[in-house]
Design a protein around this ligand. Structure first.
Ligand code: NI
Length: 253
């Protein structure tokens, strides 16, 4: 059974068939999903999904794209939300210098504040970082360590090593299956087996051979198959190990 450690089933691309899809996952071999918030509304929706479905846990946080306009009241509300028994992490939080949807200084300010919040709440963090590895590592180093994962990892082998040395997990998504996967096959080979997670980040980033279509947790199996091939292990073993790692990191069961 596979654990999809990062999904966004609140997305409106699932409006037409969300319940049907979610109730089909177990038969497809998907045992667990973490639904990850990206702003205040999707954080609340993540909790609602976790309330409705046993196999879904939630993360609450504000993505760097949406940090412009974030307020201290939002931090208070996130703290309140995190008291829900199925909220297992603060995320996704971090830096995105690829899209720059919020000014960089504002992204950094709220990344730091949400790291401090996670530490105060004793929750692990789910980190989004794109074209911003250096500043991300700087802020992670400045912040109190609370456990966490660099989700949909897209950096170099060297930056993966730095994150692992700091105690973070590395999560791989669909891009590891792409022809232009750059350093990701090397990263997939070097992460210690007890520090690796897998995810879809659905509805985004479908792995091959589904690229271009709406992603869903069932396709985590294609990403897992690619990683298992790269590491030279049976996919069942990779599924079992990454599911256990996800439960260990987020304190599930
Ligand atoms: Ni995401």
């Amino acid at each position: 059974m596979f654990f999809d450690s990062h999904a966004h089933y609140n997305d409106n691309r699932f409006d037409s068939d969300r319940h049907e899809l979610l109730t089909s996952l177990a038969a497809e071999g998907i045992s667990n999903v973490i639904n990850v918030g990206a702003d205040m509304e999707s954080s609340r929706e993540s909790i609602a999904l976790a309330d409705r479905y046993d196999f879904i846990h939630a993360a609450v946080g504000v993505h760097p794209h949406d940090t412009e306009g974030m307020t201290e009241q939002d931090l208070t509300d996130l703290a309140q939300m995190s008291t829900h028994p199925k909220v297992v992490a603060i995320g996704e939080i971090g830096l995105d210098y690829y899209y720059d949807n919020s000014p960089r200084d504002i992204q950094r300010e709220w990344f730091r504040k949400q790291m401090a919040l996670a530490y105060k709440l004793k929750k692990p963090v789910i980190i989004h970082t794109r074209d911003a590895m250096e500043d991300t590592i700087t802020i992670l180093k400045e912040s109190q360590f609370t456990g966490g994962v660099l989700h949909c990892f897209s950096g170099s082998v060297e930056s993966a090593k730095i994150a692992l040395d700091m105690g973070y997990y590395i999560s791989l998504a669909g891009p590891v299956t792409y022809k232009n996967a750059r350093s990701l096959p090397e990263v997939a080979k070097m992460v210690p087996k007890d520090r690796l997670l897998i995810e879809t980040d659905c509805p985004y980033l479908s792995p091959e051979p589904h690229r271009g279509r709406r992603n869903c947790s069932i396709y985590v199996k294609d990403t897992a198959a690619k990683i298992a091939e790269l590491r030279g292990v049976p996919v069942e073993e990779l599924a079992q190990q990454t599911a256990q790692n996800t439960k260990t990191l987020f304190g599930i069961e």
